[in-house]
Write a protein that binds this ligand. Structure first.
Ligand code: PBG
Length: 328
């Protein structure tokens, strides 16, 4: 009660503010998503993601070394697959000499200490732009799981430390874990996109990989039969608890800022580390507003990062990772 309690006392100067500060940001908080393309000497800016690039393997190697020097210790790899290699079942994903497999080896050679996480889903490989196999207008679940498990094994064989299934099929964590165990990859981890919403914030990412669902007759135009309805909480909690039972080492909430209530609820409920994916649309929004001079880029970026961590994230996959650590 006033004047016995005055909240302003603990805000008097930076010294006391820093002593009572509850959340801090360090390079250990981040996973850096990276987009890889075929070719040599390629560093292409993604139109809807200013200052974010697709790299060919030679540039990937350089960039990974730079990131490691900045203190960043984990990357999450995505590949842009040439159109002529796409089909309905994502067969190119299993090619031992595919772009992803070569990218993993390139990074592990250049910087063995860098933790390599890989995206596991069919969409970059799918002629229909879906995360699973399409049949008669539906996305097949169990048939897709079989491919996802083989894909994960292929990444593990190439040297991936963690596979990160982003597809949202049911039971895929169990299928992936089982195959990895059978093949002796006991230490290959699984970061599951467990609470992944059917969000409109993925647009720029789909531009980056040219992976949006195709506008073809009888093919679903969205991912609402597998990703979570933004109106719902319980599905996100249920799916995450199931993924943990099935063997996920890290679970994820995605996107970030609109879903921090889910992050907090999970944090209060599970002991598994929680990752948040601050997605492409969140990145694009701030870049656009900053370009117009409407928002202070760096301060908004830091505030958003703090908010994600304060909500309970142990890890943040973010396109801002490099920008943030440069400011620390
Ligand atoms: C697809 C995938 C998506 C993202 C990561 N993996 C998009 C989607 O589900 O369509 C989005 C990431 C981002 O927007 O930054 N498996």
């Amino acid at each position: 009660m006033y004047p016995l309690q005055r909240n302003r006392r603990l805000k008097t100067n930076e010294a006391i503010r820093s002593l009572v500060r509850e959340t801090t940001i360090t390079p250990n908080d981040f996973i850096v998503p990276m987009f890889v393309v075929e070719g040599k000497n390629v560093k292409e800016e993604i139109a809807s993601m200013p200052n974010y690039f697709r790299y060919s393997l030679d540039y990937l190697e350089k960039e990974v070394k730079t990131l490691y020097k900045l203190g960043l210790k984990a990357i999450l790899l995505f590949v842009k697959v040439p159109e002529n290699l796409k089909d309905n079942s994502g067969s190119e994903a299993l090619n031992p000499d595919g772009l992803m497999q070569r990218a993993i080896k390139t990074v592990k050679n250049a910087c063995p200490e860098m933790l390599v996480m890989t995206d596991v889903a069919l969409d970059p490989y799918s002629s229909y732009g879906h995360d699973g196999i399409v049949y008669e207008g539906r996305i097949l679940n169990d048939e897709t799981n079989a491919v996802l498990a083989e894909m994960s094994l292929s990444h593990a064989q190439s040297g991936a430390d963690f596979v990160a299934p982003s597809d949202m099929m049911d039971g895929r964590i169990f299928e992936i874990r089982s195959l990895l165990e059978d093949e002796g990859f006991h230490n290959t981890g699984i970061m599951s996109y467990s609470a992944k919403y059917a969000s409109a914030f993925y647009g720029p990412f789909r531009d980056a990989l040219d992976s949006a669902p195709k506008d073809i007759q009888d093919i679903p135009k969205d991912k609402k039969t597998y990703q979570i309805d933004p109106a719902n909480r319980t599905d996100a909690i249920k799916k995450t608890l199931l993924d943990i039972e099935e063997g996920a080492d890290i679970v994820m909430v995605k996107p970030g800022l609109c879903y921090l209530d889910i992050v907090r609820e999970l944090k209060d409920r599970v002991t598994t580390p929680i990752a948040v994916y601050q997605v492409s649309g969140e990145y694009a929004m701030l870049k656009a507003a900053a370009e117009k001079g409407w928002l202070d880029h760096d301060n908004v970026m830091l505030e958003q990062t703090l908010a994600i961590k304060r909500a309970g994230a142990n890890l943040i996959a973010s396109y801002f990772a490099k920008d943030v650590v440069k400011l620390l």
